[in-house]
Design a protein around this ligand. Structure first.
Ligand SMILES: Cc1cc2nc3c(=O)[nH]c(=O)nc-3n(C[C@H](O)[C@H](O)[C@H](O)COP(=O)(O)OP(=O)(O)OC[C@H]3O[C@@H](n4cnc5c(N)ncnc54)[C@H](O)[C@@H]3O)c2cc1C
Length: 342
């Protein structure tokens, strides 16, 4: 979009288009569920999802289990179940030819030099320097751009997200969300992906992740889950903005989008819609208001701040054990799921 007006350099250390096993392992650790807000953003960008990005089963139900209170409910939801690596690869394929795309390049640092940013990045063992008028950090939860440009700003709460993938004979067609204060004050999940089941948990930073994850697996035995050895284990940082002062869209020529800005749902960890929304708002601001685009971008992002504020207000109903117990016991908004009999 902006590449028709400006010269764009796009750097990413991953190569999602590369299908060799080593690169595949480096794909983003993600549940790969496209929520309705993310689907809407894809529609607003004039795009449709290629069929081979979807993985079965498609999911219409969230099975919610409160492990502490032994409560279980089903809620109707509309997700699209996707292969995240293929999704990222598709997004890269949409980058216009005019963009200088450098995959497999790690951004290292930047310095201000006159009216420019001097960007340092490396590919293999070679270091490169390029000059740019604006810098947009779309570098996720570990954002180096945010660390360097805004080191003193409050940060969202950090969790270690772990996901293990298991081959199972029988896989139920539910996205399961699991709540248990002994494991996390956030949540854990299972998501079926073809003949595999993905078990994930967001565990408070600096806790004993392995102990908590094993405890989760043990507790799930009571619910019919039998986990053997994992075919794949992955982990990353997950951010949870519990206050909008932890969100930073940037200033003075440096913008942050997606999780680098702290834009992610504090109630569900859904982040793809925010990544698309903020990217679009930022691109429109650059097109309209360069060189002072960061003020315009912040104003354009106001809706996302309000949305995250609302989600934080909703959070206690999901995460306060007492309130969750009342809501789940009441059965409000839940549905019956007939397992196997008509
Ligand atoms: C376990 C887990 C499950 C999730 N499940 C879902 C889900 O089901 N649905 C959903 O909507 N959201 C989910 N999310 C959130 C979602 O994955 C993120 O919010 C979303 O990917 C953020 O997009 P982004 O572009 O901001 O960052 P990312 O997707 O993290 O992309 C950042 C990019 O920056 C690159 N990068 C980072 N540092 C550098 C560097 N120094 N140099 C060069 N490149 C760099 C990375 O290679 C990467 O490609 C989940 C998150 C986690 C952790």
């Amino acid at each position: 979009m902006i590449s028709s007006k400006l010269r764009v350099l796009l750097i990413d250390k991953r190569r999602p288009t590369d299908t060799n096993k080593k690169e595949y392992q480096k794909s983003k650790c993600c549940g790969g569920l496209l929520a309705p807000d993310a689907q809407k953003m894809i529609a607003m960008l004039g795009l449709g999802l290629p069929g081979d990005i979807m993985v079965g089963p498609q999911l219409f139900t969230v099975r919610t289990i409160d492990l502490q209170n032994s409560l279980e409910r089903y809620y109707q939801r509309f997700y699209i179940n996707i292969d995240r690596r293929k999704f990222d690869s598709w997004l890269v394929s949409l980058v216009p030819g005019a963009v200088d795309l450098r995959l497999g390049c790690s951004f290292k640092s930047f310095a201000r030099a006159g009216g420019y940013f001097e960007l340092r990045f490396a590919q293999n063992d070679t270091e490169y320097v390029e000059r740019a008028r604006f810098l947009v950090g779309a570098d996720g939860a570990f954002s180096m751009v945010r660390k360097l440009a805004f080191p003193n700003l409050p940060e969202p709460i950090k969790y270690t997200a772990v996901q293990e993938w298991f081959y199972l004979d029988q896989i139920q067609p539910y996205f399961t969300t699991l709540f248990d204060p002994e494991i996390s004050d956030f949540y854990s999940w299972t998501i079926p992906k073809e003949n595999m089941l993905l078990l994930g948990a967001a565990i408070p930073h600096r806790c004993d992740v392995n102990a908590k994850f094993n405890l989760l697996k043990n507790k799930l035995k009571n619910y019919g889950f039998r986990f053997g050895s994992a075919a794949k284990r992955e982990g990353t940082l997950l951010l949870r903005p519990v206050n909008t002062n932890q969100i930073c869209t940037g200033a003075n020529g440096v913008a942050l989008i997606g999780e680098a800005a702290g834009l992610i749902s504090p109630s569900s960890a859904e982040g793809l819609s925010y990544a698309f929304k903020s990217a679009l708002a930022c691109a429109q601001s650059i097109a309209k208001a360069a060189p002072d685009f960061t003020d315009t971008y912040r104003r354009n992002a106001a809706g996302m701040f309000s949305n995250i504020r609302l989600k934080n207000l909703k959070s206690p109903f999901m995460y306060h054990p007492g309130l969750r117990k009342i809501i789940m016991s009441s059965g409000i908004m839940s549905m019956d799921v007939n397992r196997g009999t008509v």
